[in-house]
Structures are given as structure tokens and as C-alpha cells.
Design a protein around this ligand. Sequence first.
Ligand code: 5GP
Ligand code: MN
Length: 339
Amino acid sequence: MNNIQLLKDVLSKGRKKIVITSHHKPDADALGSSLALYHYFKKTGHDPVVISPTDYPGFLNWMPGQKSVINFEVKTALSKKLISEADLIFCMDMSSLERINDMGPLVKNSMAQKVLIDHHLEPENFAMYRLSDPEAAATAELVYDFIVKYMNDETNLTKEIAVLIYAGILTDTGSFKYPTTTKKTHRIVAHLMDFDIKHSTIHHFIYDNSTEIKTRFLGYILKEKITVLKKYNTAYIVITKEELKKYKSRTGDTEGFVNYALAIEGVILAAIIVDRGEIIKLSFRSRGEFPVNEFARDHFEGGGHKNAAGGKCPLTLDKTVEKFVGLLPEYREKLRLIF
Ligand code: 5GP
Ligand code: MN
């Protein structure tokens, strides 16, 4: 049950030490939501800090406040101290503690009261305070609700916060095109525009910032690496460790590649399978009713949303691809586009 409004009272009772975290390798929704809260809590007289379980993509290095973000993998001792001393820990854009890697047990065992703000299905039950809504297009939408509706504190919504919420919504709606985009999304964005945010600049920062080598990597993937299985309306991309190395791939560089596979005519299910060394990582996208979150959950220890999900596999890269392709026949009926 959502009971986030109870926090209004908690937050009104003195200065709180607040740790804000989100899923590993945060995207613009996860990091934008975290930093939006960071600014809000600073403005309202608390002591917030954002701890990311890992690094984040370089194309987010324009976000207001990002320089203050602590990378748990780099500053582990400091992070542990902050987690253990926190009064409140906000977990953003993540439905389970497994999504924050080694921080998971630390957060779980901390004496702090935990807060979940998230839009994934079936969230794990670890938080005392929850704002969980799978119908929200982005966690950033819920951050807007948190400030404006549940804290009833529109006066502390600043331009910086508006920019960060906009970036989160922009990303998780695929620039307002995914079916999750609602009139509520647009109403929130309209309000954010009242703050004179430069929306074109935000689009530019997020989408037009490829390095030369990343663009060439994309060219190579598009030309050589997309396999289309017409029979199953499926397209997938496989990336080896060597290819990541050759193209000096950094965090976030392969994000978006899978959308090119989904953009092929007739494709309903798209996947990208990447050998990350320690684990094989899979990302899925789908069109229409095919639920990739269930597919990821049932076969690849993962989850996510109906049309965008991910998971992992302990097998070798070749065996993972074999497993993925081998699963398709049992989904043949579902791999038809139904409007
Ligand atoms: P992406 O493919 O962009 O990494 O992730 C798409 C969606 O799937 C995101 O909402 C993300 O939270 C979810 N997701 C990706 N990987 C995993 C995973 O390993 N486990 C779970 N539970 N969700 C994932
Ligand atoms: Mn999200």
C-alpha cells in the first residue's frame, strides 16, 4: 500500500540524514529522480546524499548536482558510513534490493527507515514508506507527485528539480512515444515548462552526444550484428567482450542499440545480449502485448516493464543465445502483433 504521505510528518520533525540511491548503472530516470530529490531535500533543510551502486553513463554528466554523487564502488567505506548513519534511505526506480548489488544487504540491515519510489511491477516488500505505481511512465513522474501532491510543497519545486524530472520522463517515455505516456505525463511536463526549462537542450544532452567511436560501434552493430528471425517476428543483437573492448565501450554505450532491432518492420520482440565478462546481460524490448518483463522473469532472472525489461544469464554467451532462440517456438503464438 502506498503510504508516502506519512513522510510529511517525519520530514517536518527536524533535519534528517538522507541517503538516496537507485538501480546500478542508473539511467536518466534513476539518476534524474535521485538528484531531483537531492535538490528538494537540500532546499527543505535536510542532509541528502546520492549514492550510486556503480558509475553512470557519461551523457548524464550535465545533470545539476551530479558532481556530488558518490560511486559506491569507488568510495565504499564512505558509502557504508553514510548508509549506516542515515535516518532515511530513499530507493528510487528499483523494485528489489538485488538491483543495487552489494549495497542491497547494507541498506536492508541499516537502522534507517526505507522509502521506495518506483514504477516497476511487483516491488519487493522492504520499505516502510512506499510510492509504487506501475502505471507511472517514469519514477520521475512519481517524484513530481511526491513533492507537489504528497508533500504538498509546490513552492519548493525549483528549476533544477524541474529539469531533472523532465529528463527522467523524457527518457522513460522514449521522448513521449511509449504507450506508458499519459495525459498526466503531459500535464506534469506542461507544469515543468513553467520553470522556463530548456527542453531542447535536455534532448540534445541526452540524445545527441555520441562519441565518434560510439557512432562507429553503432554502425558496425547495424551492419553486421542484427539477426532477424522472421518466423518469430524477433530480432536480436549479440555483443562479445572483444567487441566491447575494440570499441572502447563505456557504461551506457550500448543503451539504445536494441531499439534499432525493434524498429525493423514486423519485429515484435527485440533483444540485445551482451557479454559483460562476469555475467551475460540481456535487454528486451517489445511491441504491443508481448510481456518482456514476464519473459525476463521466467527465463533470465530479470524483470522490468511490459515493453522494456532485462535480465541476466550465468551461461556462456553462445549458450545464452542458444537458450534465447530455443525459447522462441513456445512463444510463437504470442509473437504476433495484436492491436
Ligand atoms: P534496460 O534494458 O534499459 O537495461 O532495462 C529495461 C528495464 O528492465 C528497466 O526498467 C530495468 O529496470 C529493467 N531491468 C533491466 N535489467 C534487469 C534485471 O536484471 N532485473 C530486473 N528485475 N529488471 C531489470
Ligand atoms: Mn524508470
